[in-house]
Ligand binder design. Structure first.
Ligand code: HEM
Length: 391
C-alpha cells in the first residue's frame, strides 16, 4: 500500500502532523498492524509488542546493511558478536558515571545559553537554545573546538538529510575528528570520552583507528539532532497542553516523569520511510499476522505508534507530565538501546528545569504558523518564537 500523503508533507504545521499521525497509527494498530510500504519497499509494524520484538530478536531481524550508504562502521548497523565487542568498548568510555560527571559542564553551557535569552522580548527557542546545547555538549565530549558548533550542526543536517553538501560535510568532519584523535594518540591518558575510547580494551583488544572515527561520526550525529528536536518538541507539547506546563511549573519535582512523557508523546523521528534508525532486515521467512515477510525484506518499527498503543499505555492520548510507568520506545529496545539515553535525559532535564525556574512566563508566540524542520527523517519544529518573562 501507499503511505498517506501527510507522512511526507513537510508543509503541515507540526501539531497537525502529530494529530494525523496519531490517528493514522491508531487505525493501523487496529486494522493493519503490519503494512507493506510500496514506495520505500519496507514492512512497517505498529503495535508495541511487534516493535519490541523486531528490535529485540536480532537473530531474526538484523541491523547489518540497514544504514543507507553505510559502510558497516557504525555500531547501529552491527549485529553480535561485533556489536557486543564495540558496545562494551564504548560503554567503558561512555558510562552513566561519565555522564553524571559531566553535569557541571552541561549546567554551565545551559546557564550561559539561558543568560543570553534574558532581556529580550522575543527569542527563537530552536536557534538560540535547542540547536546549540546538544551540539556544544557532544563537541566538548569529543574534544572538538565547541565554538565551531554552527558548522557541526550544518554538517550534521547535511549528512542526515543527504543534501548536496553531505560530501563536503563528511570530509570536513573527518578532518576535524582526525585532528582530535591524532592529538590523543600523541598525548594519551586524558579523561575526555575520546581519550577513553582510544584507551578502552576488551579482552586485550582496543578499537582500530577507523572504529574510533566511526564512533565520532555516530556520536556527533546521534548526539545532537535527536536531543535538539526533543527540546523543540517539548515546546510543542506545552503549546498543545498549557495546563501541563502550569502543572510542571507548580510541581518541578515532576520533571523526570515529564521528560519521559515528552519523549513518549513526541519523539524526534518521523513516521516516514527512514530505514536509518528504525530498520532491520529479516533473516528468514516468517509470518506476521496475515503476511509473509521474506528473508531479506526490510522491516521498520513505528516507535510513535508503539508509544500510543492502548494495549500498553493507559489513556495514551493524554499528555501527562506525571505518567508512570512509562516504558516508551523512543530510545529503542534490546541490544541497540540508545547509548546516549542518560546524556539526553540529563541535558533535557537540566535545560527544562533551569528554563522553568529562571522564567515565570513562557509563552509561544503564534504570529505565524509554526513549521516542521525540513527533514524526512527527523521530526521537530523549525523555529519556536517564545516570549519569556524572568521569575
Ligand atoms: C532524545 C535523544 C535521543 C533519542 C530519542 C535517541 C534515540 C535512539 C534510538 C531509537 C536508538 C536505537 C536505534 C536502533 O535500534 O537501531 C539509538 C541508538 C543510539 N544512540 Fe541515541 N537517541 C538520542 C540521543 C543520543 C545521544 C545524546 C547520543 C550520544 C551522544 C546517542 C547515541 C546513540 C548511539 C551510539 C546509538 C547506537 C547504539 C547501538 O547500536 O548499540 N543518542 N538512539
Amino acid at each position: 500500500m501507499k503511505l498517506p500523503a501527510f507522512v511526507t508533507d513537510l508543509t503541515l504545521p507540526p501539531l497537525e502532523y502529530q494529530c494525523k499521525l496519531r490517528q493514522w497509527s491508531q487505525e493501523m494498530r487496529t486494522s493493519s498492524p503490519i503494512i507493506w510500504d510500496e514506495d520505500s519497499a519496507n514492512w512497517i509494524v505498529f503495535r508495541y509488542e511487534d516493535v519490541v520484538r523486531v528490535q529485540s530478536d536480532y537473530a531474526t531481524f538484523s541491523s547489518e546493511g540497514t544504514v543507507p550508504g553505510g559502510n558497516g562502521s557504525s555500531i547501529v548497523e552491527m549485529d553480535p558478536p561485533r556489536h557486543k565487542q564495540m558496545r562494551s568498548l564504548i560503554t567503558l568510555a561512555f558510562s552513566a558515571r561519565t555522564v553524571v560527571e559531566m553535569t557541571p559542564q552541561i549546567e554551565e553551557i545551559v546557564d550561559t545559553l539561558l543568560e543570553s535569552l534574558c532581556a529580550r522580548d522575543e527569542i527563537d527557542w530552536m536557534s538560540d537554545f535547542a540547536n546549540p546545547l546538544p551540539v556544544i555538549v557532544i563537541a566538548r565530549m569529543l574534544g572538538l573546538p565547541h565554538e565551531e558548533w554552527p558548522t557541526y550542526k550544518r554538517w550534521t543536517d547535511a549528512i542526515i538529510n543527504m543534501t548536496s553538501e553531505s560530501e563536503v560535510a563528511n570530509l570536513g568532519l573527518r578532518e576535524h575528528f582526525a585532528r582530535a584523535i591524532d592529538e590523543r594518540y600523541r598525548n594519551p591518558g586524558g579523561t575526555d570520552i575520546l581519550s577513553r575510547l582510544i584507551a578502552a580494551e576488551v579482552d586485550g583488544k582496543g578499537l582500530e583507528y577507523e572504529d574510533v572515527m566511526g564512533f565520532c561520526f555516530t556520536l556527533l550525529i546521534a548526539g545532537n539532532i535527536t536531543t535538539t528536536n526533543v527540546l523543540g518538541n517539548a515546546m510543542l507539547c506545552f503549546d498543545e497542553h498549557p495546563e501541563e506546563l502550569t502543572r510542571l511549573q507548580r510541581h518541578p519535582e515532576l520533571l523526570p516523569t515529564a521528560v519521559e512523557e515528552i519523549l513518549r508523546y513526541m519523539g524526534p523521528f518521523r513516521a516516514g520511510p527512514n530505514g536509518l534508525i528504525e530498520g532491520r532486515i529479516a533473516q528468514t521467512d516468517l509470518r506476521l499476522y496475515d503476511h509473509i515477510v521474506r528473508k531479506g525484506d526490510h522491516v521498520q518499527v513505528n516507535r510513535l505508534s508503539a508509544n500510543f498503543d492502548e494495549r500498553h499505555f493507559h489513556e495514551p492520548e493524554r499528555f501527562d507530565c506525571g505518567r508512570t510507568p512509562n516504558r516508551h520506545q523512543s530510545f529503542g529496545q534490546g541490544i541497540h538501546f540508545c547509548i546516549g539515553a542518560p546524556l539526553a535525559r540529563l541535558e533535557i532535564k537540566l535545560a527544562l528545569g533551569k528554563l522553568l525556574s529562571k522564567f515565570q512566563h513562557i509563552h509561544i508566540l503564534h504570529k505565524e504558523p509554526l513549521r516542521q524542520t525540513p527533514s524526512l527523517l527527523i521530526f521537530g519544529p523549525q523555529r519556536v518564537p517564545l516570549s519569556l518573562q524572568p521569575a
